[in-house]
Design a protein around this ligand. Structure first.
Ligand code: MG
Length: 377
C-alpha cells in the first residue's frame, strides 16, 4: 500500500488478520509480508470521556486526550496508544512531537528487528515515555498481526493464568464514593485513592457499602511527612488493606525505607519507578513495583522490568493510566507474569473506541486475536 492510500484509508482500515506471516531468515511463506524496509506512521488524538470526574491527590479531570499511533506495512496496521501524564511533563503536543520525530526511523526500519528498534525508540529523546510506549505497542501489535498470534503467545506466556484486576475509586465526597463502590460491585478488589485530608472518611464510605471486599490503597505521593504516613497506614491496616501504593513522594526514598521497616503491609512503588534502571535502588525501600507501559516506554521495556524485579524478589503489579482498550489490552498481554493487576483504565471511560481484554467475574480475560488483541468498536 502506498503511503497516501494508507493515510486515506486508515479511518476505515480493515486490519489484515489471519495473514500467514514470516520472519525473514526463519520462513518465507507469505506473499503479503515482504522484507522491504519501512513502515508508515500515522497518529490522531482521541478524547476519552470519564464516567465520573477523576480525582487523585494531584489533580482532577473529566476527560483524557490520548494519542493513537498507527504503524502500517504490507497492509497490516499495528495500533498503539499514548496516555500523556502531566506528572511526567507529558502532553498530547509533546507526545506528537516525539511521534513526528520517529517518522524517519520507521521509514527505514525493519520491524522484525523489533528488539533493536525498542532501543532506537528509547533513544529518540529523553523522557516522554508515553509517546515511546505508543510506538512500541504499535510495533509489537504489528508483529503479532503479521505472525497471526497474540503477543502472549510470542512471549511464551500462559493466558489461562491471569489475575483478578482491581477497580479504582478516585477521591470524592463520601456520597459519591459510596455510589462508585456500588457501581464497582462486579469487581472483587477495589483500589482506593487517598492522600488528601479525608482518607478515613473515604475508607469508611467504601466499607459501609463493601464491608468485606479486598481493598488496596494508593496515596499517589500524598503523605509528605513520615509520621503522618505511619499513622494513616496503621489505621488503614486495621481496616484490612492488602498493600499501600506510593505513600510518600518518590524522592523521599529514605523516609519510605523508614516507613517500610515499621509497617506490615507491602509498600509498592509507582511514581518512583518508570523504567528498569530505577528498580535496583528501590529494592531496599519498597516491596514491589507498579509497572505501567506508559511509564516504561513500551511493552518490551516492561518485560525487561519484570525480569529484573523478579530477580530482586520484588512483587510486581501492572497498572495503567486512563487509557482505552488499546493500552490496557497491551499491558494485559504480560499479566500472567505478575502478582497484582490494576488494569481498569478502559473501565473508567464511557467512549472506548476499541474492545480487547475483558473483565469477567473480576478476572482479566484476553482475546485470542493477534497482536494486542483489539478490534474497533
Ligand atoms: Mg498509583
Amino acid at each position: 500500500m502506498k503511503r497516501r492510500e494508507f493515510f486515506e484509508t486508515i479511518g476505515l482500515a480493515t486490519v489484515a488478520v489471519g495473514v500467514a506471516g514470516s520472519i525473514p531468515g526463519i520462513s518465507c511463506s507469505s506473499k503479503r509480508v515482504t522484507t522491504e524496509k519501512g513502515m508508515n506512521v500515522k497518529f490522531e488524538v482521541k478524547r476519552l470521556n470519564l464516567t465520573h470526574t477523576w480525582t487523585i491527590s494531584r489533580n482532577s479531570s473529566n476527560y483524557k486526550d490520548d494519542v493513537f499511533v498507527y504503524l502500517e506495512k504490507d497492509g497490516i496496521i499495528g495500533i498503539g496508544e499514548a496516555a500523556p501524564n502531566i506528572r511526567y511533563n507529558e502532553t498530547p503536543e509533546s507526545t506528537i512531537e516525539v511521534i513526528k520525530k520517529s517518522i524517519p526511523l520507521f521509514e527505514k526500519c525493519n520491524p522484525w528487528e523489533y528488539v533493536q528498534l525498542s532501543y532506537d525508540i528509547k533513544s529518540l529523546t529523553t523522557a516522554q515515555t508515553a509517546a515511546k510506549a505508543a510506538l512500541d505497542i504499535a510495533l509489537m501489535d504489528w508483529i503479532g498481526k503479521a505472525l497471526n498470534i497474540p503477543l502472549y503467545r510470542l512471549w511464551g506466556l500462559d493466558h489461562t493464568k491471569l489475575p483478578l484486576t482491581s477497580f479504582s475509586i478516585g477521591i470524592d465526597t463520601p456520597e459519591v464514593v459510596k455510589q462508585k463502590t456500588r457501581e464497582a460491585a462486579p469487581y472483587k478488589i477495589l483500589k482506593v485513592k487517598v492522600g488528601k485530608k479525608n482518607d478515613k472518611e473515604l475508607i469508611e464510605a467504601v466499607r459501609s457499602v463493601a464491608p468485606d471486599k479486598l481493598i488496596r490503597v494508593d496515596a499517589n505521593e500524598g503523605w509528605k511527612d513520615k509520621e503522618i504516613a505511619i499513622k494513616e497506614i496503621e489505621w488503614l491496616m486495621k481496616n484490612g488493606v492488602e498493600f499501600i501504593e506510593q505513600p510518600m513522594p518518590s524522592e523521599m526514598l529514605e523516609e519510605t525505607r523508614w516507613l517500610r521497616d515499621r509497617v506490615e503491609v507491602p509498600i509498592i512503588a509507582d511514581e518512583a519507578v518508570k523504567t528498569a534502571s530505577d528498580i535496583p535502588k528501590l529494592a531496599e525501600a519498597y516491596d514491589g513495583i507498579n509497572i505501567k507501559i506508559m511509564k516504561a516506554g513500551g511493552l518490551q521495556e516492561a518485560l525487561r522490568m519484570i525480569w529484573l524485579a523478579k530477580s530482586l524478589n520484588m512483587k510486581i503489579m501492572i497498572g495503567c493510566m486512563i487509557e482505552s482498550s488499546v493500552g490496557v489490552s497491551a499491558a494485559a498481554q504480560l499479566s500472567s507474569l505478575i502478582d497484582y493487576a490494576d488494569l481498569d483504565g478502559n473501565l473508567l471511560i464511557s467512549n472506548d473506541p476499541y474492545e480487547g481484554v475483558k473483565v469477567i467475574d473480576g478476572k482479566l480475560v484476553l482475546s485470542d486475536r493477534p497482536g494486542i488483541g483489539v478490534k474497533e468498536v
